[in-house]
Write a protein that binds this ligand. Structure first.
Ligand SMILES: [Zn+2]
Length: 1081
């Protein structure tokens, strides 16, 4: 097996679905070309449309110098197009096709494009077959590292695994059913339900005020032979430590179909033949007073038992969901026609909320939360040709490992999955009766295992549809041992630190060491946690931290051409046992290199050493680098021409200069090692090359330009806060994620830091709660018989406590067959996020200007489609459905974003970093980065304020990003996600200066103010409450800059005023005119 082509995904090539009932009589269609009208030639990225004019020179206006408070740009009169339109270019403009052209590429390494991009992994390691020797590509002559000494309980087989699980009690799963102190039942043994859930041994989470007596909770003995649907033969233990594919497989367990039923037209839990006990509990379909409006799916356990809306019996009531579906019509507001040239302020007063899928309420209330899993189109087109007509990209955005305050966790010996496609049972399957359920992805009819008949929440029997697995779209399983190929790895942390003269000069080492000392006990892990350190300059330094030594022992390896581990067994040590030595080292490290004059940097060899050290276990490497590596393998040369930073021409060197980092990352990925890169530099470091080490190993990239302990305190502050979050946040090891979707849909092209191991399986050696992913989709078979389709993301990982866990998210969306319904369900933020990821790829594989044109054309094409195919009454202006009214604004914001802007001085590393962020940040943070939120804060009041834990949080409205909204008399807060600016007007209200900033006048505002003083004034409390509330909405702590006119950061603040014209870019209004002209063609 290799990274096979997309065309075999989800059974289109006949693989997983061969046994399932055929849902669609329609012949298999080739993957449709993206964005194409059905009968047009493939959607060419070079279709004719004028590229956006690039500068104000075209508009014969002077340079942009808006005096604050007196903006020079006056809003042009609204109405029909006028003479101030961009000149048209005959040159064809590229498009951003969202869907796959035919044929799909044969290799799926993160690229959409048909021609392999330059950075595409050319030397794909064997994805199957015998496991590779560790580091085979790089380490040829050094002795293999000896396996580390395993602590008790590690590496001793399944029994040891169970033991390791024992101490984990209720604390590990917030609402888990984990039975502390009791091992899971032995594998492949028929476990009667009481043993599976151990209902009487320890109270499960309080699910109701009066749990039934134990006797009642004991289900009758199994009535039917247990299906073996869930069982795998156990893996080969440590023999094949790195191939988790088949654990989360879609192929391994296919069996003959039991009951190839007709195509499903029902959704939800209907019982055609209900047992007598059910019939007395019928309730009116659709209308249930117990049904809440949509709530986060993870809250179901917080209020005790949620009365389940019992599906009613009777022919007319078999499918309440269906009946509901016909009643639901698209929201009229979403399709309200908006003339963008006339409606000035399109921003809602608060955050932009995602659209709610048009589903019956009983399904929608179970649906996955959009912060975790959402689609660009909340109504899925029935056919690819319909999708092509809409000219909107189809894809999913995921935040699969997001920190959740409420997460149902299930411990069960039986994880119920479809026998054909391995989908996990979920709220959107169909129960044919008590004993059978129909898969909502492949439509196979499966048996309900005996254990599943018992509901641990209600402690009742015979209600499989009330099980937590069927009541929660987001759920986590503690996996039994068949989900392990080897004992779960311990938490392993290796720090690789640049100690060259340049590095020491920045002072970063003090921060890292102090932060580690402060958080050593807060690192996720358990008694098996291991830690190690490598430092490097022109040589590589290892640290022997073996228990018993009186102090850490430094071992220097100067042969960087042939890296070996001097004492393989004592470099990575048990943190608990060797904590004092680790602390000693952290205390002395900053001084050890204080006087170094060594300027060279052998980063590549240091990474090779890290890979060797972690290969036997897997784990996390944290690399801190402060300069361009210039010694040994992976050396780089500066490629940036500072004179070209402001060029309006295409940007060069966005792709890596060497494939060394990518190859090493893939070796790491194969050994379950992820590399996180912290780049702290004042000079060009070639992030385009270095970033590959994290990108393909599923690591993270952090970048602190101009980092310096003395000269840049704001960066130091930011670095410290990031480090704290980084060190203490949740982490999942040796993870894989698979995304499945209903037959007929096809997933291709993944975005994020990952490696695509097979068509739909992502290799994630580490997964962290701040990582986002996106995928593009196409419709391979018409979905004509379906009312709804589903998507399921399953993330299999090892927790820092050594548990194997599976987090499953399932999203259900309606299928529609009209263009207006597609438009009505468009999620403008998700579309923007997906387009941004696609544009990053396009910038690298084609060119920046190509990507910019493609983004502009995405707006033009979709609005053209809306105008010509949806609008029945033509009217003048630039018309958009209300749900897409922000689309041109967001596209313009992307064009002015650091990643894609031209004509504004942008350092190459800054640009590349912005591109990285667009690709791997969750959508919520991407949107703040693209279109920051602006608030006026000098006049905060309690009117409309929220009251959160006895704090009054003012809610100022979100302002448009234009200097027209600023005033010299005010103070304005801009929230850009990872950074906040508090801009103080020159004539700012003196009350604000004294009561909030604690200064007597404007001139006294300090240059480097990053903290608001805690003053005992109402104004101070309101301001701090508001900023604190914003910060609390994200897991990391954004840095705050208080700026005034003289501040160097004022430029960054002003550059975010994206509605305004700049010297090199159009104003929002000009951009609208340009789009209008193209749409009207
Ligand atoms: Zn299935």
């Amino acid at each position: 097996m290799s990274t096979t082509g997309f065309n075999s995904q989800n059974g289109a090539g006949g693989q997983p679905y061969t046994n399932g009932p055929s849902q669609n009589p329609v012949a298999l269609q080739p993957p449709g070309p993206g964005y194409n009208m059905a009968h047009q030639p493939p959607y060419s990225p070079m279709q004719a449309k004028g590229p956006m004019p690039s500068g104000p020179g075209l508009y014969n206006s002077g340079p942009y110098q808006p005096p604050l408070g007196q903006p020079m740009l006056h809003r042009p009169p609204t109405g029909p197009p006028q003479s101030m339109t961009p000149p048209q270019s005959a040159s064809p403009g590229p498009r951003m096709p969202p869907a796959q052209c035919t044929p799909p590429p044969a290799v799926s390494a993160n690229s959409y494009y048909q021609h392999p991009p330059a950075w595409q992994y050319g030397a794909t390691p064997p994805l199957s077959g015998p496991p590779r020797a560790p580091g085979a590509n790089h380490v040829t002559s050094s002795p293999s590292p000896a396996p580390p000494q395993l602590p008790v309980g590690y590496g001793a087989g399944p029994q040891a695994v169970h033991n390791a699980l024992q101490p984990l009690g209720p604390n590990t799963g917030l609402h888990g059913y984990t039975q502390p102190g009791s091992a899971p039942p032995p594998m492949n043994t028929m476990a009667p339900p009481p043993q599976s859930y151990q209902p009487g041994m320890r109270a499960p989470p309080p699910m109701g005020p009066t749990p039934p007596p134990l006797g009642h909770a004991t289900p009758p003995p199994p009535l039917a032979p247990k299906t073996d649907a869930h069982t795998h033969p156990p893996g080969n233990g440590a023999q094949v430590p790195n191939r988790f594919d088949h654990l989360e497989t879609g192929h391994g367990m296919a069996g003959p179909p039991q009951q190839p039923g007709p195509p499903a037209r029902q959704v939800g839990h209907s019982y055609p033949a209900l047992p007598p006990g059910y019939q007395s509990t019928s309730a009116p379909p659709n209308a249930s007073p117990m049904h809440h409006p949509m709530q986060p799916p993870t809250q179901h356990y917080s209020h005790g038992p949620q009365p389940y809306q019992q599906p009613a019996a009777g022919p007319a009531q078999l499918s309440p969901s269906l009946a509901g579906l016909s009643l639901q019509s698209q929201s009229p507001e979403a399709l309200r026609v908006v003339n963008l040239l006339q409606e000035r302020n399109l921003l809602p007063p608060g955050p932009v909320t995602p659209p709610t899928p048009c589903l019956p309420q009983d399904l929608q209330k179970l649906n996955c939360h959009p912060e975790v899993f959402r689609s660009t189109l909340t109504s899925i087109p029935q056919t690819q040709s319909l999708l092509n007509k809409a000219k909107l990209p189809l894809g999913l955005l995921l935040h699969p490992f997001k920190d959740l305050s409420q997460l149902p966790v299930v411990t069960s010996s039986t994880i119920v999955r479809c026998r054909t496609c391995r989908t996990y049972i979920n709220p959107f399957v169909n129960f044919l009766d008590q004993r059978r359920w129909k898969c909502n992805l492949c439509f196979r009819v499966n048996d309900v295992p005996e254990e599943f008949m018992y509901n641990p929440v209600s402690r009742s029997y015979g209600e499989p549809h009330k099980r937590p697995e069927v009541q929660n779209a987001t759920i986590e399983f503690i996996a039994p041992s068949e989900y392990m190929l080897r004992p779960p790895q311990p938490a392993v942390y290796l720090f690789v630190l640049d100690v060259s003269h340049n590095a020491v000069e920045t002072g970063y080492l003090d921060v890292v060491c102090q932060s580690l000392l402060d958080n050593l006990s807060a690192l996720p892990g358990d008694s098996r946690t291991k830690m190690g350190f490598i430092t490097f300059d022109s040589t590589i330094h290892f640290y022997n931290l073996q228990e018993g030594l009186s102090q850490p022992q430094m071992l220097i390896v100067s042969d960087i051409e042939d890296i070996f581990l001097p004492t393989p067994d004592s470099l990575l040590v048990n943190l608990n046992e060797c904590k004092e030595l680790v602390q000693d080292l952290l205390k002395s490290l900053p001084q050890m290199f204080g006087k170094t004059m060594e300027t060279q940097s052998a980063l590549g060899p240091a990474l090779q050493a890290a890979f060797k050290l972690l290969s036997p276990t897997g784990g996390r490497v944290s690399v801190f680098q402060t300069q361009l590596p210039n010694l040994g393998v992976g050396s780089l040369k500066s490629r940036e021409d500072p004179n070209q930073r402001a060029s309006a021409k295409d940007v060069q060197h966005l792709s890596p200069a060497t494939d060394f980092y990518k190859k090493l990352a893939l070796d790491c990925s194969g050994q379950q090692v992820a590399v996180d890169l912290f780049l702290l530099s004042s000079q060009y470091c070639d992030l385009a090359s270095l970033g590959c080490i994290s990108r393909y190993s599923a690591g993270s990239v952090y970048y602190y330009p101009s980092y310096h302990q003395q000269h840049n305190p704001a960066q130091v502050d930011c670095f410290q806060k990031d480090l704290k979050r980084y060190l203490t946040r949740k982490i999942g090891f040796e993870a894989v994620m698979r995304i499945r979707c209903t037959k007929g849909l096809s997933i291709h092209t993944f975005h994020g830091n990952l490696f695509v191991r097979s068509t739909d399986l992502l290799s994630l050696p580490n997964v962290n709660p701040d990582a986002g992913f996106a995928v593009q989709m196409s419709i391979e078979e018409n979905l004509v018989d379906m009312q709804v389709v589903s998507f399921q993301a399953a993330l299999l990982y090892t927790s820092s406590k050594g548990e194997r866990r599976i987090r499953v998210h399932t999203l259900c969306l309606p299928v529609v067959n009209s263009l207006s319904d597609i438009f009505a369900g468009a999620d403008v933020q998700a579309i923007t996020g997906l387009l941004a990821s696609m544009a990053v790829d396009r910038s690298v594989t084609a060119s920046l200007s190509d990507a910019r044109d493609a983004m502009t054309n995405a707006a033009i094409d979709s609005l053209t489609s809306y105008r010509t195919s949806v609008l029945t009454i033509q009217q003048p202006g630039l018309l958009a459905p209300a749900c897409l009214r922000l689309f041109p604004l967001y596209i313009l914001a992307l064009l002015k974003q650091k990643a894609f802007r031209t004509g504004t001085s942008t350092r190459l590393d800054d640009r590349v970093f912005a591109m990285c962020q667009l690709k791997y940040q969750p959508l919520a943070y991407v949107m703040l980065m693209v279109h920051p939120a602006l608030y006026r804060v000098d006049d905060l009041t309690d009117e409309g304020a929220l009251n959160i834990s006895e704090r009054t949080v003012p809610q100022p409205r979100v302002l448009q990003l234009t200097v027209e909204k600023l005033s010299r008399e005010g103070a304005f807060l801009m929230d850009a996600g990872s950074v906040m600016y508090l801009w103080i007007g020159r004539n700012c209200n003196p009350n604000f200066l004294t009561q909030v900033l604690g200064v007597s006048n404007y001139a006294a505002v300090p240059q480097n103010m990053n903290v608001l003083p805690e003053l005992d004034t109402a104004e101070s409390q309101r301001t701090r409450a508001f900023i604190g509330w914003l910060r609390d909405q994200r897991p990391f702590r954004p840095v705050l800059h208080v700026i005034r006119d003289e501040s160097p950061l004022k430029a960054s603040f002003m550059q975010s005023m994206i509605e305004d014209r700049t010297e090199s870019a159009l104003s929002y209004y000009e951009f609208l005119l340009h789009i209008q002209q193209q749409v009207s063609k």
